[in-house]
Design a protein around this ligand. Structure first.
Ligand SMILES: Cc1cc2nc3c(=O)[nH]c(=O)nc-3n(C[C@H](O)[C@H](O)[C@H](O)COP(=O)(O)O)c2cc1C
Length: 334
């Protein structure tokens, strides 16, 4: 998710689920061709399985991006046909490509000819008034004929006039049933549904209808919602990690990254939801987002955060016991 996630976020999420597939943000073919490819593409081997998502429409450029993805070790390359932003529209890719299934098919074919890793497409269920089922069915059919076997369906239309990208994730109504119908009409394809899904029960209900589920915002804000996925959805026998273990792994990671010049707040920002819903979570989060601590060694910040969390938890319990609101915890800091 652009401006939210990055390789550090993926490393964090990988501590919680070993099996779920992680995706990069959309990177344009132009940025890969003319920009600092390593900055966009480098990732840690621990992030596997990980897919590179690209934005573009020129077959040659897409093939070039696919070759880079494969060379860098990505497990999949995904073409974005769902982004509604004006900048992306001006570049004539993203969601507006749904109106040009032949162009997408040509791009998919060029990528498939260039690499052995799977080529997938993420798309919407319609664009503006082109929102009848036949529109998305023909899009999927045409692109599948070019060899794409996996479609990630963000189950709402993109409204290209007048809505911001954020509004385009909230206002067009969700119609999961369109993804379900695609799964029935294209049983040989892998249809993954996306949009508005939160919590294991809603995921399980979708998996009765489609082949996979993609979760965006809920995974970011409530990362612990992923903790049971490996057991429940991938049949793993190993128990879910504890939050303590994940936090400890992150502290080690942040210390290693600090030695490479990455300040810990750039990483910690992704894990602020780790203790969400547990006593002391707010105090813990406040410490990890306290810019006054930014020059402290990460191990010290972790100790302060844990002390704040446990202290606040004890105070919460006291408050529960005598029925009073918890007193405001002391400001922590340097
Ligand atoms: C801040 C933000 C950035 C996003 N960036 C991308 C992106 O780069 N590529 C993409 O395919 N979808 C992107 N999305 C859309 C999500 O992948 C997803 O399709 C959408 O949020 C609906 O799923 P959700 O309700 O589970 O979040 C972004 C969403 C958000 C909130």
């Amino acid at each position: 998710m652009m401006e939210w996630t990055d390789r550090h976020c993926r490393w964090f999420h990988r501590q919680i689920t070993r099996r779920a597939r992680l995706y990069t943000v959309m990177i344009t073919t132009g940025a890969l061709r003319h920009g600092d490819a390593a900055r966009h593409l480098d990732f840690d081997p621990a992030e596997h399985p990980v897919a590179l998502q690209v934005g573009g429409s020129e077959p040659e450029e897409l093939a070039h991006a696919a070759r880079l993805a494969e060379r860098w070790g990505y497990d999949e390359i995904d073409l974005n046909c769902g982004c509604p932003s004006e900048r992306v529209q001006r570049g004539a890719f993203g969601a507006c490509l749904m109106r040009e299934p032949r162009t997408v098919a040509d791009g998919v074919k060029a990528m498939r000819d260039a690499v052995a890793i799977p080529v997938t497409v993420k798309h919407r269920i319609g664009v503006d008034h082109d929102d009848h089922y036949g529109f998305v069915r023909d899009f999927v059919g045409t692109v599948a004929d070019a060899g794409c076997e996996v479609f990630v369906v963000h189950a709402r239309s993109a409204w290209l006039q007048g809505l911001s990208p954020k509004e385009n994730r909230e206002i067009p109504p969700l119609r999961h049933e369109v993804a379900h119908q695609l799964a029935r009409d294209f049983p040989a394809l892998t249809i993954v549904v996306n949009g508005g899904l939160a919590g294991d029960e809603s995921i399980a209900a979708q998996l009765a209808q489609v082949d996979g589920v993609m979760v965006g915002r809920d995974a970011y804000h409530h990362p612990w919602h992923m903790a049971d996925w490996d057991r429940r959805f991938f049949g793993e026998a190993t128990p879910a990690p504890t939050r303590e273990a994940v936090e400890e792994a992150m502290v080690g990671y942040m210390a290693r990254q600090a030695a490479l010049g990455v300040p810990w707040p750039a990483i910690a920002r992704h894990m602020l939801g780790l203790w969400h819903g547990t006593p002391g979570a707010r105090r813990w989060r406040q410490v990890w987002s306290d810019h006054r601590l930014r020059d402290e060694p990460v191990a010290r910040v972790a100790a302060i955060a844990t002390a704040a969390r446990l202290g606040a938890a004890i105070r919460d319990a006291d408050a529960d016991a005598d029925g009073e609101a918890a007193p405001q915890p002391q400001e922590l800091g340097t």
